[in-house]
Each structure stands twice: as C-alpha cells, then as structure tokens.
Design a protein around this ligand. Structure first.
Ligand SMILES: [Zn+2]
Length: 347
C-alpha cells in the first residue's frame, strides 16, 4: 500500500548515486575514468557542501545528462524506487525545463523545445506497474532571463495536464536585484490560474517578505520560524504550508544539526502552520522519504503524532492529489465498511 506524498523533489537531484554512476560507466568516458569504483563516486556525489550555491552546482552534473533521449531512462528508475522503497502514492517533481534543452541552440529555439521536455517527462512518469500520481512543477530560475522565466509560466499554463504549479529556484540569495521582476512573474502566473510555490526563507540571505504573499506553499521557509516567528500567524491565516526538507540543510551548511529543526516544528505547530516533510534531492542525498521521517523521529525533533500531522498536511496541500485526504483514510474507510473489521481498525 503506497502511503506517502512528497511535494518537493527536484528531477535533477532525484537520481540515486548508483544509477548515475552506472550511467556514467556506460556513457561518459571521462567520469568513468575519474570514478572507476562506486564508493569513490558516492562519496563525491553525496558529500556535504559549504554553501547552497556550491551544492546547487552539483545539479548541473545531472542536468547535463538528463536530455530528451535519456530522461525516460532516469525517470523510470526514479519511479520504480519511489514506489518500491518509499511507498509514495503521490509525487510532485520539479525542474527547469529550459535547462534540459540542448545548450548549443539559441534562446528562442531552447524555449520552443521546452514543451517537448514537459511531454517526455509527463509520459515517462506514467508507469503502469508502479502507479504513483505524479505531477510536474516547472521552476523559474534566478539566473535565467525574464523572457525564459515568462515562457516557463506560459508553458505551465498550457500544459496543465502534466503541470500543477510553478516555482522559483536557483538559490534564494540571488533574488534581491530582480525582486520586482519575480513578483510580476508570480502575478502573471496567478492571472493564468496557476498554483505557486517558491524557494524562499531557506537561508538567512533568502528572506524576502515581499514575495511571500504570492506563494501558496513555501519551499523550505525554515528561516521564518527560526528568525522571523512574528510572521507565523500571517502564514497560518493564509494557509501557506512549509515544504521542509531536513537533509538539505545539513548538506548545504544551512544547519549544523538536525536537532535545530525542533524549534522550527514546535513554533509552526504552535502557530497552526502546516508542514509537509519532503526530500528535495532524495538521490543526491541518498536519503529517501521514509528515512527523512525516521531521522526526525529518532533525533526527537518530532513525535509520531506530529509526523502523522505532517503526512496528512502533505496530501492536503498537494496541488494535484484528487482526494484531499491521506490514502490511509480511504483504506480505513474500506475496512470500516466491513463490520467484522471494526475492532481491528480502532486498535
Ligand atoms: Zn528545492
């Protein structure tokens, strides 16, 4: 029984190290020479970085190999793992389609090729033997020009069959000079009826209150309870859910210890702000969703009741989950329909 929902996972960071290493071994002579044995590659790929920018550099390694031709190969393996090892019932997969188009083409040619990428990803995510409901979030990027970001919004609006929302990514410390531009892009997205999330309040340098009102969910947002708890009542009022990805903050050097998240969860629960626990880059970290849960529990960051509340929040705030409740509730309903099972369900 598939049970979990992950609302924040990057296509680039979703390739587990062994799959990527095997791919390099077969198709990339230089990487194969550099990492003849798997353990060396795993160490390089999953090691902690000093800053968010340094960490995001790693994405380019995967973006380069996720082309029109290879995307179905990587996505099939991602879905197989998500179903078998993570029990996912629902997944929102995010990426910047422009960065999957051939980089020798002109900007306008690359923009034209983006729809093809969304379709390839959309078709590849429908795997009969591993039934997970998957929708795409298209990421604007803080280092891409306005025209490309606007085209990404247009594409999201035109391909709602595959796309559920737009996001902004690329490092939240790079928004400042173009804040007005990003606000106007979000306003444009709302005018087209698109749902929105955005990487914001992830690092101390990425706290832009002006952007907050345009986001239906906040990608990370941990600096809000940590440094600006006075904003929490407002966030609760507007029902904005935080997408918290615990392992990321250790890998980017944003936090030193998972225990620092306890105050994040406690303040959010107290203020009535929903949290969805997510993986961000399950492959790059080599930490899958059940282990994110387990790490928080074993380090006493949250208890089992809080975990369940976060799991329910993930389904409630999912942009394309059709039931608006946790799949376990559906199962409980089915069990309760049978009178012989009533005692069993209440245990
Ligand atoms: Zn992210």
């Amino acid at each position: 029984m598939a049970l979990y929902a992950d609302l924040h996972r990057h296509l680039g960071g979703s390739v587990v190290p062994r799959i990527l290493w095997r791919y390099f071994k077969r198709h990339d002579l230089e990487m194969a020479r550099r990492f003849p044995e798997y353990p060396g590659f795993e160490k390089f790929y999953t090691r902690k970085r000093n800053t968010l920018d340094e960490y995001l550099e790693l994405h380019t390694l995967v973006e380069k190999v996720q082309t029109e031709q290879t995307l179905p190969y990587f996505i099939y393996r991602l879905i197989r793992g998500a179903y078998i090892f993570e029990n996912l019932a629902y997944l929102e997969l995010r990426y910047t389609p422009y960065l999957r188009t051939p980089d020798h083409l002109s900007q306008s040619e690359r923009i034209n090729r983006m729809a093809n990428i969304v379709e390839i990803v959309g078709k590849a995510t429908q795997v009969k033997e591993y039934p997970i409901i998957i929708s795409q979030i298209l990421c604007m990027h803080s280092r891409l020009p306005y025209e490309v970001n606007k085209a990404i919004i247009d594409l999201a609006a035109n391909m709602k069959v595959y796309v559920c929302a737009v996001d902004i990514a690329g490092g939240d410390s790079h928004y400042e000079e173009r804040l007005e531009e990003f606000i106007s892009l979000y306003q444009y997205a709302h005018s087209l009826g698109l749902k929105t999330t955005g990487h914001l309040y992830e690092t101390p340098d990425g706290c832009y209150r002006e952007l907050l009102p345009y986001l239906m969910r906040i990608g990370h947002g941990i600096q809000i309870p940590l440094k600006y708890p006075e904003l929490l009542p407002e966030i609760a009022q507007s029902k904005q859910c935080l997408e918290i990805c615990p392992t990321t903050y250790l890998k980017t050097g944003t936090l030193d210890d998972l225990k620092e998240l306890k105050v994040v969860f406690d303040r959010c629960f107290k203020a009535g702000v929903d949290i969805a626990i997510c993986t961000d880059n399950a492959g790059l970290h080599n930490v899958r969703l059940p282990f994110e849960y387990e790490n928080l529990l074993t380090q006493d960051v949250i208890d089992f009741h809080q975990l369940q509340a976060c799991q329910d929040s993930a389904f409630r705030h999912a942009f394309a989950w059709p039931h608006k409740e946790h799949p376990a509730s559906l199962l409980t309903g089915l069990l309760q329909d049978n009178p012989e099972n009533r005692d069993l369900v209440s245990v």
